[in-house]
Design a protein around this ligand. Structure first.
Ligand SMILES: [Zn+2]
Length: 404
């Protein structure tokens, strides 16, 4: 196991340095030496395809390779030459294959461009998993591209960059302790990561201006949960996952009220609801009544009572109901439901679990002139922003759940 330590940022009083503003742990903007991009050696391992039957790869002409044949002809695409192949389990010579472009180029996996190297693992059932190993900073750029609009204000992008980097560092620490083959997956359960194809200049700026910085509590990386829109008030981790974190407390959030995802409405046929619930192990017939038995301080449903036509009652957690029906269908647990003869009409607020940083709220705060540091401190109580030192690694400040 590696040692764990962080270098607090020293911001003020650094004379004669570059003048790029950065975030300080004192809550003020200051100036400091900007770490050159080439010094970034922090790596992260992200599964970008998990247990798939085949993987489509395209790579620039020069690369290092092990574990599989790549003898397809070179094809020209724009100004560059590429080789392409579709890989299956049987084509690998070994349990692990590897490919890395020599010229800093990008490898395309299943149609998306990625920086860094690819490790291809043979998995049970004749399937393949692709792990993208790349610099932490390139990864954070890809997360920003996947998580929020690229034209948002810079301070909102910077706050998201620090949150995403923090989340990644925490997950990497947990994965290393458990000897996992990779640190995160590129799904909403972790954080969306779209490779390098959608990264623009603004994202690059947000990541470079926060390079290596993470949010900490007691000098450890926080469980930096975030969500699309809280619907007016965030909620505590305790209410969602029954784990208390001093920095994940409810906060009033009027900043995202104009956001695209502030409100939602959906109508679901009762037979579809029943099928989803049964799929999640809740044995219930045709629902005739739904009632919120308990709500938290932000009006999110903690316990929900369901009654079917036979008079049978089931009581389930609001979060369980949301996950069973689908987190992008029931976008939050802050809803009311009207049960009709064949359909249930849901009216809700917010999108996501509501814990931690509210993305559309962060955007609203940035538009009002708040800095990234102020945004982070608003949603994560009492945190610091510190610089992740080389070889620093992590003891977890907690958090098992994902980001939806
Ligand atoms: Zn909000």
């Amino acid at each position: 196991m590696k040692f764990h330590y962080f270098l607090p940022l020293l911001i003020l009083g650094l004379a004669g340095c570059a003048t790029t503003p950065i975030i300080s742990n004192q809550g003020v903007e200051g100036t400091a030496t900007v770490v050159p991009e080439s010094s970034t050696i922090e790596k992260i391992r992200v599964a970008i395809a998990v247990r798939q039957n085949s993987i489509h790869l395209a790579a620039p002409e020069s690369f290092t390779l092990s574990g599989f044949p790549f003898e397809t002809p070179v094809v020209q695409r724009g100004a560059k030459n590429y080789k392409e192949t579709t890989l299956t389990f049987d084509q690998l010579y070994a349990d692990k294959a590897y490919i890395e472009p020599l010229d800093g180029g990008e490898i395309q996996v299943n149609g998306k461009d990625f920086k860094g190297a690819m490790e291809i693992l043979r998995e049970p059932g004749g399937t393949l998993t692709v792990v993208n190993e790349l610099s932490l900073e390139d990864y954070v750029m890809g997360v920003l591209a996947g998580e929020i609009p690229r034209d948002w204000p810079l301070e909102a992008l910077k706050a998201q960059a620090i949150a995403a980097r923090t989340f990644a560092v925490l997950k990497r620490g947990e994965a290393q302790e458990k000897n996992e083959p990779y640190d995160l997956e590129n799904t909403a359960q972790f954080q969306m990561y779209q490779g390098s194809g959608l990264v623009n200049e603004k994202i690059r700026q947000a990541v470079l201006e926060t390079q290596g910085r993470i949010a900490t509590f007691d000098s450890r990386p926080i469980a930096a949960f975030f969500h699309s829109n809280c619907g007016g008030e965030t909620c505590g981790a305790m209410d969602v996952w029954s784990q208390d974190k001093p920095y994940l407390k409810p906060v009033n959030c009027p900043f995202g009220n104009n956001g695209t995802h502030f409100k939602w409405k959906t109508e679901i046929p009762i037979r579809d609801l029943v099928r989803s619930l049964r799929g999640a192990g809740v044995k219930i017939g045709d629902i005739v009544r739904m009632e919120a038995l308990e709500r938290d301080g932000s009006n999110r449903i903690l316990r929900l009572s369901l009654m079917d036509a036979d008079g049978s009652h089931k009581i389930i957690r609001g979060a369980t109901f949301r996950m069973a029906v689908g987190p992008d269908v029931i976008r939050s647990t802050r809803f009311t439901a009207e049960v009709g003869p064949t359909m249930v009409v849901f009216n809700g607020k917010g999108w996501g679990h509501g814990v931690g940083l509210c993305q559309e709220g962060a955007c609203g705060m940035a538009l009002k002139g708040y800095s990234a540091f102020e945004i982070l401190r608003y949603y994560y109580h009492g945190i610091m922003v510190e610089k992740l030192k080389e070889e620093a690694q992590v003891t977890s400040a907690g958090g098992q759940a994902g980001n939806r």
